[in-house]
Design a binder for this molecule. Structure first.
Ligand code: DX5
Ligand code: ZN
Length: 218
């Protein structure tokens, strides 16, 4: 049985108390770091300078999710600053395979994300180029949105295809993951779960991480 990974999204942290809020997720697997550029998505967070400080401060490795235009140009910089994984959007990349190879060569896990409207089949032939696939379960851009269960057949399809190819790629979900939705995503084949408001909105952050992990395992 696989051990589910819980990656709290610091998009839901207090940006002026980032050090305090990073310390709260020491028992999680990765800190999920949402980089947005006001162009690929209609929201803006931060860039490499901030991520470098988060990297230096986080008790757990970084899982960087780039919601940006032209990742071919910008993604390698996040691998170079030491992020454990760097995930870019398939919809934004000019040459996803070349970019994945570059990220791996730098030493990061290479990740690719797809929006709810993007077909899973577009990744089937290139699964082996990636260490993780992120199936967005909301439209990217904002925390606190509702889980889109209509993305589950696509997740199941990717899980089946990965198995068929003998791939050990991680399957990640992001958006609306909570106590009431995580089991649905786990049942459809996800093994890595991003949660923002469900973790940072809880009174006891550590207990929330543990509860999500238990639910995903069940
Ligand atoms: C949304 C981001 C998510 C976001 C999830 O575009 O990619 O990582 O933080 O937030 P919740 O868990 O609140 O839906
Ligand atoms: Zn994200």
């Amino acid at each position: 049985p696989r051990a589910p990974r819980i990656n709290p999204s610091i998009l839901a942290a207090d940006f002026v108390n980032m050090q305090r809020d990073l310390a709260k997720i020491a028992t999680a697997d990765f800190a999920h770091v949402d980089v947005m550029d006001n162009h690929f998505v209609p929201n803006l967070t931060f860039g490499p300078q901030m991520v470098e400080r988060i990297q230096a401060t986080s008790p757990v490795p970084l899982d960087v999710h780039l919601m940006i235009t032209d990742p071919d140009r910008w993604a390698p910089g996040y691998a170079e600053l030491g992020a454990a994984s760097v995930t870019f959007h398939l919809e934004a990349a000019a040459d996803p395979v070349a970019l994945a190879r570059k990220l791996r060569a730098i030493g990061a896990r290479a990740g690719v994300a797809i929006k709810p409207g993007t077909a899973g089949e577009s990744l089937y032939d290139i699964i082996d180029e990636f260490d993780q696939i992120l199936v967005m379960t909301v439209e990217p851009g904002f925390g606190g949105q509702g889980f889109m269960s209509e993305t589950m057949p696509k997740l199941r399809g990717l899980a089946d295809e990965a198995k068929r190819r003998g791939s050990d790629v991680w399957l990640q979900v992001d958006g609306g993951i909570s106590d009431s939705t995580i089991e649905i995503a786990a049942a459809a084949g996800a093994d890595t779960f991003v949660a923002g408001s469900a973790v940072y909105g809880a009174d006891d952050v550590e207990a929330a991480v543990m509860r999500l992990r238990d639910l995903a395992r069940a």
